[in-house]
Design a protein around this ligand. Structure first.
Ligand code: HEC
Ligand code: HEC
Ligand code: HEC
Ligand code: HEC
Ligand code: HEC
Length: 177
């Protein structure tokens, strides 16, 4: 191919391709590869539907750090033992929780949500601005097994930050290291 044509093709790719790429990234249209619906099987069948739904337990009773830190902590077994020293003590699952809890071990829960390393996210910044857990995680209190409800894409984050009432920053450095 003559060099001019190659040059023209490269220029076309840059002129059309780059804005299209940025548009797709920010528009939520590039869904391939995101983990919406991801629902790993957990080592113990812990049900949010039963605990947060039927028994109306507050999310923050177990996820204690979601208001004050970057991460929303997953509860230690001590919190479970507040009830399960007694409740349903005949269940083999509960007996496992008692044994591990009393010897200071933990359950190797599988992580459901995971942003790439180059992204900064902070729970407290959102929870303290009145965003409910469900805004981002969906109706967890109806889930027998938790799954990823939103795609956690850049477009999803930026769309919400752009809403005038949120007045949230959208510069790249807000969310990227
Ligand atoms: C009785 C304690 C308890 C309560 C109450 C509770 N959770 Fe959880 N949550 C857990 C445990 C244990 C896990 C880890 C096991 C699992 O994923 O099911 C977890 C996992 C999660 C995860 C997935 C974390 C990850 O790995 O990405 C989310 C999201 C979550 N909870 C949100 C909520 C919300 C929202 C509420 C309130 C509607 C809530 N939880 C109430 C104990 C609790
Ligand atoms: C603005 C959206 C948003 C809100 C509001 C929100 N979360 Fe999250 N949550 C996320 C994202 C994004 C992740 C993945 C974070 C990561 O991988 O660093 C996550 C991860 C988690 C995890 C796994 C541990 C961690 O921090 O990585 C738990 C547990 C959790 N959220 C519980 C909650 C609870 C409980 C609430 C309400 C008190 C809540 N979240 C509110 C977006 C949100
Ligand atoms: C506020 C009290 C309370 C706390 C705290 C609590 N649970 Fe429960 N849990 C219950 C009740 C009530 C049931 C239903 C018991 C029944 O079916 O009779 C239950 C049932 C269960 C079951 C089903 C057992 C079976 O074999 O049917 C599992 C598993 C379980 N809980 C795990 C956990 C874990 C893990 C934690 C800590 C992250 C936890 N629970 C914290 C009250 C609690
Ligand atoms: C439901 C709306 C909503 C979603 C979804 C959302 N955010 Fe936010 N975000 C906000 C609001 C509101 C603030 C607080 C702005 C302020 O402090 O006034 C905020 C603040 C932040 C901050 C803190 C900025 C600072 O001042 O330190 C970071 C970082 C951030 N968001 C990252 C993310 C990332 C990454 C995602 C996607 C994984 C995301 N957000 C999804 C609404 C949202
Ligand atoms: C409100 C938060 C937020 C802001 C602001 C933001 N990003 Fe992102 N970005 C994310 C999240 C979350 C991801 C990971 C999910 C994804 O790939 O969509 C991401 C992914 C990316 C990726 C893809 C990396 C890969 O591994 O595929 C690029 C490139 C990128 N961002 C560039 C930018 C640039 C350039 C800006 C400024 C114009 C920017 N981002 C602003 C949240 C944000």
């Amino acid at each position: 191919m003559p060099k001019k044509i190659v040059g023209a093709i490269v220029a076309l790719i840059i002129v059309v391709g780059l804005p299209t790429f940025v548009y797709l990234l920010t528009s939520n249209k590039l869904k391939i590869g995101y983990n919406t619906g991801y629902m790993p099987e957990q080592p113990i069948p812990f049900s949010h539907e039963l605990h947060a739904g039927t028994n109306k337990m507050d999310c923050k009773y177990c996820h204690t750090t979601s208001e004050v830190s970057r991460h929303a902590s997953v509860p230690s077994l001590n919190i479970c033992l507040n009830c399960h020293l007694v409740v349903k003590a005949d269940s083999p699952w509960i007996q496992q929780i008692q044994e591990k809890g009393m010897s200071g071990e933990s359950i190797p829960w599988k992580k459901v949500h995971l942003l790439p390393d180059h992204v900064k996210f902070n729970h407290s910044a959102h929870v303290n601005k009145g965003k409910t857990c469900q805004t981002c995680h969906g109706p967890v209190e109806t889930m027998p097994v938790v799954y990823q409800y939103n795609d956690l894409s850049m477009g999803w984050c930026v769309n919400c930050h752009r809403q005038p009432e949120n007045n949230a920053p959208i510069t790249c450095g807000t969310c990227h290291y």
